[in-house]
Design a protein around this ligand. Structure first.
Ligand SMILES: Cc1ncc(COP(=O)(O)O)c(C=O)c1O
Length: 409
């Protein structure tokens, strides 16, 4: 057994009181905030305010009086410290895949004589699809080269325009070294785009200091902005003036209400905007970000590592040899999730969900558990492992009901 008890760990936890900021159903241990974060009281009150005061009472006047038009920028500036970005380099708009498309198009435009997008062969599938889509949409001979992370150096040559990597592997939870990999890419004259889907709000980020040219992440995972929350994009200060938008729309225009027939981009980061801001979604994210006020990301990170250490140790001690750990053990290579390989992973996750322990499954055989230090306690981890022990001892995953594949896994 682990020497320090869950209770002792919880008593020493300076983040414990943040749990009260969230609404979590009784009897649920939520280990899936890396997929969809839970709702916070501040998110609900911001949504209510946006709907009942700004929309219902203010009507169309709220575009001016409630600052709706500036929400992508004001929210970008609130998010900037969470990713280590300077002011006015972050925008909140669209969804992650769309923003990656816009950033890829920018990077290709900045390297007009190069023809290759490099990406990780274990990347998230949406990143593959959109990279292929952007390559096909440019009227240039662009190819997408997939490589393993280990072979990244060999995949780089003087024809590579841009490298697109996801900072945390969505299956394994492996955390990549942003500074080292960005430097390697720059040494070959290429630009670096980071997908921060599984790192924002979970690990301290330093996009500016660590050499990201561009980055983007989503609002609905560790930021808890709600299902389908708007995403964000970061553009390094040196690329702001040359920023283009290959999906231009009226609200990325320098003067949208002049209704000019030709496009002239807005200055700075606003050039990435295409359409009307999704006000209710942005308000939810604004409220969700309130929860991060006054929190040190280093403290968050320490608790995250302590939670995942505790989970790994408990599972390995109480279920020896049952699972294969696919998440790196080294702290500097581990983000905020723990993934186990097991042939029955799907049924195991379903049996756990039936017991109120919510994780998820990633094909072909991975049971994935996310750890959000803002609302999880060490006792939660202890109880979750006890449920896992029961599921395994009684082979609950054999129940045909748990073998039925849901559309969302
Ligand atoms: C690593 C990664 N990239 C991209 C996406 C796609 O995000 P969106 O649905 O906002 O386009 C996801 C979604 O989970 C993701 O995990």
């Amino acid at each position: 057994m682990t020497q320090i008890s869950a209770g002792e760990r919880d008593r020493a936890d300076t983040l414990a009181s943040r749990r009260d900021k969230f609404i979590l159903p009784d009897g649920v241990i939520y280990l899936d905030g890396n997929s969809l974060g839970p709702v916070s009281h501040t998110a609900i009150s911001r949504i209510n305010h946006a709907v009942t005061h700004e929309w219902a009472a203010g009507l169309v006047r709220s575009w001016n009086s409630a600052g709706w038009m500036d929400l992508p920028i004001t929210l970008g500036n609130r998010l900037a410290p969470l990713i280590g970005a300077p002011a006015d380099t972050v925008i909140v708009t669209d969804t992650l895949t769309i923003l990656i498309a816009k950033l890829l198009a920018n990077a290709l435009a900045l390297r007009p004589d190069r023809h290759v997008i490099v990406t990780d062969s274990d990347n998230f599938h949406s990143d593959f699809y959109i990279a292929d889509g952007v390559a096909a949409a440019t009227r240039r001979d662009i190819t997408v080269r997939r490589t393993t992370r280990a072979a990244l150096a060999e995949a780089l040559d003087d024809d590579v325009a841009v490298v697109l990597l996801t900072h945390v592997d969505y299956r394994t939870g492996e955390l990549l070294d942003m500074a080292d990999m960005s430097a390697l890419v720059h040494a070959h004259g290429a630009l670096m785009i980071w997908d921060l889907a599984h790192s924002t709000g979970a690990v301290p980020l330093h996009v500016h200091e660590h050499g990201a040219d561009f980055a983007a992440g989503c609002g609905y995972k560790y930021l808890n902005g709600g299902p389908g929350a708007p995403a964000f994009a970061y553009v390094a200060p040196q690329w702001l003036d040359s920023l283009t938008n290959f999906l231009p729309g009226w609200l990325g225009h320098a003067r949208p209400f002049d209704f000019e027939p030709t496009f002239e981009k807005a200055p700075g980061i606003r050039a990435l905007v295409t359409s009307s801001p999704s006000v209710v979604g942005l308000s939810a994210l604004a409220g969700a970000l309130d929860v991060f006020e006054g929190i040190s990301l280093d403290v968050l990170r320490r608790k995250s590592l302590a939670l995942t250490d505790f989970f790994i140790t408990e599972v390995e001690e109480r279920l020896p040899g049952v699972f294969e750990l696919v998440t790196p053990r080294e702290h500097h290579r581990r983000a905020s999730q723990v993934s186990w390989r097991h042939d029955e992973a799907y049924g195991i996750v379903q049996a756990l969900i039936a017991r109120g322990v919510i994780g998820d499954f990633r094909a072909p055989n991975i049971a994935r558990f996310g750890f959000t230090p803002l609302y999880l306690s060490f006792r939660d981890v202890d109880v979750a492992v006890s449920h896992l022990v029961e599921v395994m001892h009684h082979r609950e995953y054999d129940d045909p009901a748990f073998r039925q594949k849901n559309p969302v896994t």
